[in-house]
Design a protein around this ligand. Structure first.
Ligand code: NAD
Length: 261
């Protein structure tokens, strides 16, 4: 178990990719703070399963990633509860699909807050401890949309391009402190986030569900297959390893060839 002495915090980890990352770092022995929304019972089940499946400590923070004060408190509490915060995964994210002239202003603000600004707030709060301990791993779940655009996703694409820039900047600032900062940029991963955008995409493009999956989603991915949450999580674990200590400031694609085209 390569992460036995480490303590992790994964934002947006009550479902999808974040939950897979939380479970994967726990499987390597890290204690983990999970975060996100959902039914209380389901969250408690996911939390307890991490403890029983992997023999680590797992705590839950209900912090809302649109609220800077809650984010700062979440980081401070995670650090205090386990004695350090060594691995920070900025993963919380939402999507909204609409033409630019109809894009709801509050959705723009919410997506920028959750998908971009929350990472600024977590990194800002986690950095002093990582610098002092001279070890840290900061990983952001970006997206193929941090590198290329798709129509009707103005806020999401803007936020994800922003997270790629934030990652590079912080990597340079922390390079001599043993702290690496990287993005993982998946293509389409079959999670609730993707499932939920299908009805709006059907409306925006006047397509059936099958057409959206075939002609919008998987058409972008030359492999014609979804990425899995577990594949993203396995790479996150690798980025936490000593073998990855010289990998920093990079944006790693895992997109079935999407951004090669
Ligand atoms: P998901 O909907 O399964 O999970 C999103 C998580 O974020 C959930 O735990 C949710 O509760 C949490 N969350 C949402 N709003 C929050 C808030 N205000 N405060 C705290 N937590 C909040 O989605 P997912 O597909 O697993 O997405 C995870 C990340 O991966 C996102 O950043 C997303 O942009 C990115 N991503 C997803 C895909 C994909 O195809 N699914 C592709 C590339 C990147």
């Amino acid at each position: 178990m390569s992460l036995k002495t480490r303590n992790a915090l994964v934002t947006g980890s009550t479902s999808g990719i974040g939950l897979a990352i939380a479970r994967a770092v726990a499987a390597e022995g890290a204690n983990v703070t999970i975060n996100g929304f959902g039914p209380a019972e389901a969250i408690e089940t996911a939390r307890a399963e991490i403890e029983t499946d992997f023999g680590v400590r797992c705590r839950y923070s209900a912090a809302d990633m649109t609220r800077p004060a809650e984010i700062a408190a979440m980081v401070a509490e995670a650090e205090a509860a386990f004695g350090s915060l060594d691995i920070l995964v900025n993963n919380a994210g939402i999507q909204h699909v609409a033409p630019i002239e109809e894009f709801p202003i509050e959705k723009w603000d919410q997506i920028i807050a959750i998908n971009l600004s929350s990472a600024f707030h977590t990194i800002r709060a986690a950095t002093p401890g990582m610098k002092a301990r001279k070890w840290g791993r900061i990983i952001c779940t970006a997206s193929a949309h941090s590198l290329v655009a798709s129509p009707f996703k103005s806020a999401y694409v803007s936020a994800k391009h922003g997270i790629a820039g934030l990652t590079k900047t912080v990597a340079l600032e922390l390079a001599t402190f043993g702290v690496t900062v990287n993005c993982i940029s998946p293509g389409y991963v079959w999670t609730p986030l993707v499932e939920k955008q299908i009805p709006d995409t059907m409306k925006a493009r006047n397509m059936t569900k099958e057409q959206v999956i075939r002609d919008v989603l998987l058409t972008a991915q030359p492999t014609r297959q979804f990425v899995t949450s577990e594949q993203v999580a396995a790479f996150a674990v690798f980025l936490c390893s000593d073998a990855a200590s010289q990998m920093t400031g990079s944006n790693y694609s895992m997109d079935g060839g999407w951004t090669a085209a």
